[in-house]
Design a protein. Structure first.
Lengths: 525, 383
C-alpha cells in the first residue's frame, strides 16, 4: 500500500534539495542590502572606493546568486513532481503565495539583477542605485511570500477542507497573509540572512586586514558589515524568541520536542540548557536546567504550563478517534451521498480529518482502525526529539557566538583598536561558517519539527507524495547528487578565487595584486 | 464580481498569456542558447551573442517560473498530474535548466578556453533541451496522457523510469518538439540579428531565413497529422461550469476531428493557426530584407499563434487522459476555488502591468548593438 522506502526517498530528496538551496538564499537576502548601503554612500559622497566595494562584493554576490537561482528552480518543480497529492490537496491555498512571489518578487529581483552586473556603463549613478535597491527589495519580498506559504504549512489558517473537491480551500486570503507564524518566520529568516551576509563580508575583510592588503577597502567593508551585523544579530535573537512564543501558542508538539519536555511540568517551566533526551524511556538524562526561563519564553507568563509530549499524545488519540468518524463520513460523501445529514455529521468532526488520515500508514480503512492502530498513529504524531533538541541548541549557540563577534568587532572598530587585536580578526575569519550552520539547523528544526505533517494537523507527509516508484526517485536523486556536487565544487572554487584576489579582480589597476605587477600605479584612495 | 464560470475561463486566458509571455521572452534566450554553436566561433563572438540577452535572461526566466506558479495556484490538479506524470521529462528539463544561471554568470569569470567552451555547451543544452521537451509535452497533451485519478483524486501515471519516458517520445510528439525548438530558435535568431554586431548578426539572419519556413511547414504538417491521424476528445456530459470542480463527474469520448470542433463553433479561432503559419514566414521575409525589429514582432506573433492553436484545439481540455477518459482535466473541473481565482486574478491585474513597465525600462536602458569593442572594454564585468 504505502512503500516506506519510497516515502523516505521522497523526503530525503526534498530535504536535501531545500537545505542545499538554503545555502545560497541567506547570503542573497543580506548582501543585497549591504550593496545598497555601499552604493548609497558612493552616490552621496562620490568616493570611488565605495563604488569599487559595491562592484567587488557584487561580484561575490553574483557567484552566490547564480546557484540560488539554479537550485530555486528545483524547489518550484518539486511540489508538482514529487508532492503531487500535496499540490492537489493544498494548491488552492499554497499556490497563491507562490504565484504572487513570482509576480511581485522574482520579477523585480531578476529583471533588475542583470542591470546591476552589466549596467555600470550604461546607467547613471542614481539609476544604478535604484537598480540595486529593487534587486534587494525583490529578493526580500520573495522571502516574505515563500514564508507566508511555509507559515501556512506550519499553521494552516484561513482555509477549510471541502469533501466535495477533496482538498483544502481558501476562506480568507487576509488570514493566510497575516498568519502570525508566517510573520515571525519572515522577520527571523531575513534577519538571519543579514547576519549571514555581514559575517561573510566581515570575515573576508578581516582576512585582508590580517594580510595587510587593500587596507582602506578592507577597513571600510569591515565597518559596514560590523554595524549591520550587530543590529541584525540582535534582531535575529529577539525575533527568534518571538518565534518561540508563537510556537507555544500554535505548534505545541514542536515546542515540546525542541525542549524535550516529555511530561507537562508545573508552571513556570524550566529551560533545559543541555541534556540527553531518549525517545524510548521518554526522559532526558543529565539535565542542566535554568528555572522559569522556558515558561517565560513560550507563554510570557509565570502561571501557564507548557504541554508535555505524553499529554499531547493523549490529545492526539482523542483527535484520531474523531478523525475516524470524519473519514467514515467523507467516504460516504465521496461515494455519492449528498444528504445534508451526512454533510452535517462530517462537519462536526471535519477539523480532525487530518488525524484520521494519519491512520492510513497502518490501515487501508481508517474508519475501522483497531486500538493498536490508534495507539501507533498517536505515537507517530510525535517527531524524533533528539535531532530537534540538539539542532535548536546548536543554532542558538552559534547565534550568540556571532553576536559576540559583532559586538566585540563593533567596539574595537569604534575605538580604533581593531588592528591591534588580531585575535578578533582571526575569530571573524574562523566564524565564517557559523551563519550557514545556524541557518541550516534553524531550517531543519522548523521543518523536521513539523513532522509527521506536511501541512500541520491537516495532511500527513506520507500521503502528500506523488505516485512514483523508488526507481524514479533513485534516478532523480542521482541526478541531483551529481549536479549539486559539481556545482558546489565550481561555486566554492570561484568564490575563494575571487575572495583571494579581492578588489584586484575588478581590473581597475589600483589594487594590491595589480600594483604588485605594476609598481608605479596610483594607490587606491 | 465575476461569477465562477467566467473566472475559470479568464484563468485559461491568463495561463495561456503567461505561457506566451514565457515563449516570447525566455524562449528568445533559449533560442540564443540553441544557436550559440552555430552563429559564434571565436570567444568574442560568443560573448557578443551571450551579452545580447545577458542583462535580461534572468528576468525572462521568471515568466517560466510564474507560469508554473500560476498553474499551481489556478489549476492545482493540472500542476499535480502533469509535473508528477511527466516526472522523467521534467527532471531532464530541470537538469538542463541548471546550466543557464551558472553558464551565464560563471562562463567568463575564468579565462580558459576549455572552461568557456564547456559552459557554451551548457548554455546550448540549457536552451535546446527545454525548448524541445516543452513541445513534446504539448504533442502528448494532444494525444492524451496515460494517467488516472482515484476516488480521493490522487493522480496515478502509467509506467516509471524509461517506461514512462520513452512513450512520450513518439513521432507526433517529436514533431511538436521540433516545432517548439524551431520556433524558439528562429525567435532567438531574429533577436541576434537585431542586437548583435556582425558577423553574429549576419549568420543569425541566414539561419532565420532557412529555418523559419521549415517551422511553418512543420506546423502545417502537424495540423494535417492531427486531422487525419489523431483522435481528439469530446465531453458528452458534465456538471454546470460554475459548479465546484469535480473531474470525475463528467463523461468523455474520443473521436476523430474533435480537436477541430472549436474552429467550426467559433470561426474567429482560426486566426490562431493562420497567425501561427504566417508569423514564421513573415519573420523569414523581414529578416531577409534586413528589418530585424519587425521580424522579431512577426516571430513573436508566430509564437502566440502556435501556442494559441494548441490551447484552442484542446479547449476546454487542459490535460486529457488516455487511460481513463473521465479523469481528463478541463478548464472547468481542474481549477482552484472561486476565492483563490479572484485573489489571483487581481494580483495579476495589478502586478503584471508594473512588471511590464519596468521590464521595458530595463530593455530600453540596455538597448543598442553589442559589439566586439563593448566586450573588450568591459572584459571584467561582461558575461
Amino acid at each position: 500500500m504505502i512503500d516506506p522506502t519510497f516515502i523516505e526517498l521522497s523526503r530525503w530528496q526534498f530535504a536535501s534539495t531545500a537545505l542545499y538551496h538554503f545555502l545560497f538564499v541567506p547570503l542573497t537576502l543580506g548582501l543585497s542590502w549591504l550593496l545598497v548601503i555601499m552604493e548609497t554612500v558612493y552616490v552621496m559622497t562620490g568616493k570611488e572606493i565605495y563604488k569599487d566595494m559595491t562592484r567587488f562584493w557584487g561580484k561575490l554576490f553574483g557567484i552566490n546568486f547564480a546557484l540560488g537561482v539554479t537550485t530555486g528552480l528545483t524547489m518550484e518543480f518539486e511540489f508538482g513532481t514529487n508532492w503531487s497529492y500535496y499540490s492537489h490537496y493544498v494548491g488552492d491555498v499554497f499556490g497563491a503565495p507562490l504565484a504572487i512571489e513570482g509576480l511581485m518578487a522574482f520579477f523585480l529581483e531578476s529583471t533588475f539583477i542583470g542591470l546591476f552586473f552589466l549596467g555600470w556603463e550604461k546607467l547613471s549613478k542614481r539609476k544604478h542605485l535604484a537598480v540595486t535597491f529593487f534587486t534587494a527589495l525583490g529578493s526580500n519580498l520573495s522571502a516574505l511570500w515563500i514564508l507566508i506559504a511555509n507559515g501556512w504549512m506550519q499553521n494552516p489558517v484561513g482555509a477549510v477542507f471541502s469533501p466535495r473537491t477533496m482538498r483544502m480551500e481558501m476562506q480568507s486570503f487576509t488570514e493566510v497573509f497575516l498568519n502570525p507564524v508566517a510573520q515571525v518566520k519572515f522577520v527571523h529568516t531575513v534577519a538571519a540572512g543579514y547576519v549571514t551576509a555581514s559575517m561573510f563580508v566581515l570575515g573576508i575583510s578581516a582576512w585582508y586586514i590580517l594580510k595587510g592588503r587593500d587596507l582602506p577597502f578592507a577597513r571600510r567593508s569591515f565597518a559596514v558589515a560590523v554595524g549591520f551585523g550587530l543590529a541584525a544579530s540582535l534582531s535575529v535573537i529577539v525575533l527568534g524568541d518571538e518565534s518561540g512564543y508563537e510556537l507555544g501558542d500554535v505548534q505545541k508538539v514542536k515546542l515540546a520536542a525542541i525542549e524535550a519536555e516529555w511530561h507537562t511540568e508545573p508552571a513556570p517551566a524550566a529551560f533545559t540548557l543541555f541534556g540527553l533526551p531518549s525517545q524510548e524511556t521518554q526522559e532526558t538524562r543529565d539535565k542542566i536546567q535554568i528555572p522559569w526561563l522556558m515558561g517565560l519564553i513560550a507563554t510570557r507568563s509565570l502561571d501557564k504550563p507548557i504541554m508535555g509530549l505524553a499529554e499531547l499524545t493523549a490529545e492526539h488519540e482523542t483527535r484520531i478517534r474523531s478523525g475516524m468518524i470524519a473519514y467514515g463520513d467523507l467516504m460516504k460523501i465521496r461515494g455519492g451521498d449528498k444528504s445534508p445529514a451526512t454533510q452535517a455529521a462530517f462537519d462536526v468532526h471535519a477539523k480532525d480529518i487530518g488525524y484520521g488520515l494519519l491512520l492510513k500508514q497502518f490501515t487501508a480503512d481508517p474508519a475501522s482502525a483497531t486500538e493498536v492502530d490508534i495507539k501507533a498513529a498517536a505515537q507517530s504524531a510525535i517527531p524524533r526529539v533528539w535531532p530537534l533538541f540538539w539542532g535548536f541548541r546548536i543554532m542558538v549557540g552559534l547565534g550568540f557566538l556571532m553576536l559576540f563577534v559583532f559586538a566585540a568587532g563593533f567596539w574595537l572598530n569604534a575605538t580604533k583598536k581593531l588592528e591591534r587585536h588580531r585575535w578578533l580578526l582571526w575569530l571573524a575569519v574562523l566564524a565564517m561558517p557559523a551563519p550557514w550552520l545556524a541557518c541550516e539547523f534553524g531550517w531543519f528544526v522548523a521543518e523536521f519539527g513539523r513532522q509527521p505533517w506536511a501541512i500541520g494537523e491537516v495532511l500527513p507527509t506520507f500521503l502528500a507524495t506523488s505516485s512514483l516508484t523508488s526507481g524514479d526517485l533513485i534516478f532523480s536523486l542521482c541526478g541531483f547528487l551529481a549536479f549539486y556536487t559539481a556545482l558546489l565544487i565550481i561555486e566554492v572554487f570561484l568564490m575563494q578565487k575571487y575572495a583571494r584576489l579581492g578588489p584586484s579582480s575588478l581590473g581597475l589597476g589600483r589594487y594590491h595584486f595589480e600594483r604588485a605587477a605594476r609598481p608605479h600605479a596610483v594607490p587606491a584612495e | 464580481m465575476f461569477d465562477y464560470e467566467t473566472l475559470k475561463f479568464m484563468w485559461w486566458i491568463l495561463v495561456g498569456a503567461l505561457l506566451m509571455g514565457f515563449a516570447i521572452t525566455d524562449g528568445m534566450d533559449m533560442g540564443v542558447g540553441s544557436l550559440l554553436p552555430f552563429v559564434a566561433r571565436t570567444d568574442t563572438e560568443r560573448r557578443i551573442a551571450i551579452n545580447t540577452v545577458g542583462p535580461h535572461w534572468d528576468g525572462n526566466q521568471v515568466w517560466f517560473i510564474t507560469a508554473g506558479g500560476a498553474l499551481f495556484a489556478a489549476w492545482p490538479a493540472v500542476y499535480a498530474a502533469a509535473f508528477s506524470g511527466f516526472y522523467m521529462a521534467m527532471m531532464l528539463v530541470l537538469f538542463a535548466l541548471f546550466f543557464r544561471p551558472v553558464g551565464f554568470d560563471y562562463r567568463s569569470k575564468i579565462d580558459d578556453t576549455r572552461w568557456r567552451s564547456a559552459w557554451d555547451w551548457g548554455l546550448f543544452l540549457g536552451g535546446a533541451i527545454p525548448a524541445l521537451i516543452f513541445g513534446v509535452a504539448f504533442g502528448n497533451l494532444l494525444q492524451g496522457v496515460p494517467f488516472q485519478l482515484d476516488d480521493l483524486l490522487r493522480s496515478h501515471y502509467q509506467g516509471s523510469l524509461l517506461g514512462a519516458l520513452l512513450p512520450l517520445l513518439n513521432p507526433f510528439a517529436l514533431l511538436a518538439g521540433l516545432i517548439s525548438l524551431g520556433m524558439l530558435t528562429v525567435h532567438g535568431g531574429v533577436w541576434l540579428q537585431l542586437r548583435a554586431d556582425d558577423p553574429v548578426s549576419g549568420r543569425a539572419r541566414r539561419i532565420v531565413m532557412r529555418l523559419a519556413p521549415l517551422v511553418a511547414v512543420a506546423f502545417a504538417l502537424a495540423g494535417a497529422w492531427l486531422w487525419f491521424g489523431i483522435d481528439g476528445y469530446r465531453i458528452v456530459s458534465e456538471p454546470a461550469h460554475g459548479d465546484l470542480p469535480d473531474p470525475l463527474a463528467k463523461q468523455v469520448v474520443r473521436e476523430a476531428h474533435a480537436w477541430f470542433a472549436i474552429y467550426g463553433r467559433v470561426p474567429v479561432a482560426m486566426l490562431a493557426p493562420a497567425i501561427g503559419l504566417l508569423g514564421p514566414l513573415g519573420a523569414a521575409l523581414l529578416a531577409a530584407v534586413r528589418r530585424p525589429g519587425l521580424a522579431f514582432v512577426s516571430s513573436a506573433l508566430g509564437l502566440v499563434g502556435i501556442i494559441g492553436t494548441a490551447g484552442l484545439s484542446l479547449f476546454p481540455f487542459v490535460m486529457p487522459s488516455s487511460l481513463d477518459l473521465k479523469s481528463s482535466l478541463t478548464v472547468w473541473d481542474a481549477s482552484s476555488s472561486q476565492l483563490t481565482l479572484t485573489v489571483m486574478f487581481w494580483a495579476v491585474v495589478v502586478l503584471l502591468p508594473i512588471v511590464l513597465g519596468y521590464t521595458v525600462w530595463c530593455y530600453a536602458n540596455m538597448w543598442g548593438r553589442v559589439t566586439a569593442k563593448d566586450i573588450e572594454t568591459q572584459s571584467h564585468s561582461a558575461y
